[in-house]
Design a protein around this ligand. Structure first.
Ligand code: NPQ
Ligand code: MG
Length: 368
């Protein structure tokens, strides 16, 4: 295909409630959306970078500059491009995987729309729906936590993930187990808030039959996770550390994780995300779909990926109303604890024009 125009659209999405993690509190989501046009179709992609470099080193302003000044010029210079060749076209740009993922997804969406194939079919999904989980932020008190968790269980979420940090870990987990019983599927996510020396403390979580303990240590401390895995019985899952299929392969090989969270933005796109999935499957390591508080654009694409066979644990793909009173697309809604995977061509959804116009803070057009 030849790209005629690329549009960078920044939108400001208010969150229904503040989301607190070990790295900070967020009240809104500053999202970069990429739209491109070919002669045959348009394509959409969402950049999962946050407004500040707190989850990873990438952040929205930087991602937008990399897309506008580095990636798109290489794309235009390449002339005819296919999604399969995009990786080579931008290979000289180091890192910036979230920025690359957004552009690659827009290309893939356009390519698939032009040929009438859904992303889920293209990626090789075997399911038509995905088990939905919810990520629960750090609360001020245990009673508030129990209220919030109770409301999500009432809303039909079959799996709860508690965000933890030093000072908010064993006690809230014990309280949720005690109050809601042993049948609730429960897991925790530390977003790198612990140190190797916390291993004995983290072993205190073993009493609560958690599905997994996500990214307790620094993203660069894969070896530390291998050591920790020998000291705690709860399966260790890596998120931030898994930046590629190679990283996944090596982390598994040294025993750093028994489960992998897959986020396409973090690994540079859906093609690499599928390679992560395949590497984990070959090693007998189950995976699940992470979430970055995506709008309907990113959520739709994540659902397609989460339909692949080795996605055997519940996802962090929640209903739109978990985060947004008004999603950018038609809202995603839970049916019996699951969300249907879109079936239309490409990612299967597009933004609602009025909503896009209302939430848009900045729009830039790039041409060859
Ligand atoms: C995680 N996601 O698995 C991430 C972290 C994350 C669903 O827990 C605004 C505020 C945006 C906090 C995006 C979930 C965020 C955010 C992602 C946290 O680690
Ligand atoms: Mg995580």
């Amino acid at each position: 295909m030849k790209i005629n125009v690329v549009e960078l659209i920044r939108i400001d999405m208010p969150l229904v409630s503040p989301f607190r993690t070990s790295f900070g509190v967020e009240t809104g989501r500053d999202v970069l959306v990429v739209r491109l046009e070919t002669d045959d179709a348009q394509g959409w992609g969402e950049c999962v970078a946050l407004a500040d470099p707190l989850y990873s080193s990438e952040y929205t302003d930087a991602a937008q500059r990399v897309v506008a000044e580095q990636l798109v010029p290489r794309l235009f210079a390449a002339g005819e491009v296919t999604t399969a060749r995009f990786g080579e076209v931008v290979a000289s740009v180091r890192g910036h995987r979230m920025a690359k993922s957004a552009v690659e997804t827009a290309l893939l969406d356009a390519e698939l729309r032009a040929s009438g194939v859904s992303l889920s079919r293209y990626l090789g999904a075997i399911s038509t729906e995905v088990v939905s989980g919810v990520s629960v932020g750090i609360q001020d008190t245990i009673p508030e936590l129990l209220d919030v968790v109770g409301a999500y269980l009432d809303a039909g979420y079959p799996r709860i993930k508690l965000k933890i940090e030093p000072g908010w870990d064993v006690t809230p987990v014990a309280a949720v187990r005690e109050h809601f019983g042993d049948d609730v599927l429960l897991q925790v996510d530390a977003n790198s808030a612990y140190r190797r020396s916390d291993a004995r403390h983290l072993a205190g979580l073993d009493a609560f039959d958690l599905l997994l303990l996500e990214q307790p240590l620094d993203e660069e401390d894969v070896v530390g996770h291998a050591g920790l895995a020998r000291m705690v019985r709860t399966p260790i899952c890596l998120d931030e550390s898994i930046v590629s299929a190679r990283a996944a392969y090596e982390a598994i090989r040294i025993g750093a994780c028994a489960v992998v969270n897959i986020k396409p933005g973090r690994v540079g796109g859906y093609l690499e995300a599928r390679r992560v999935h395949d590497a984990c499957a070959a090693a007998g390591v189950p995976v699940w779909a992470g979430g970055m508080l995506e709008t309907g654009i990113g959520r739709a694409a994540n659902l397609a990926l989460a339909g692949l066979s080795n996605f055997t644990l519940p996802s962090d793909i929640s209903g739109s109303d978990r985060y947004y009173a008004q999603d950018l697309t038609e809202p995603f809604v839970l049916i019996d604890g699951r969300i249907p995977i879109p079936t239309g061509p490409g990612i299967g959804v597009i933004p609602l024009p009025e909503v896009l116009a209302e939430l848009c803070t900045c729009r830039t057009t790039l041409t060859p």
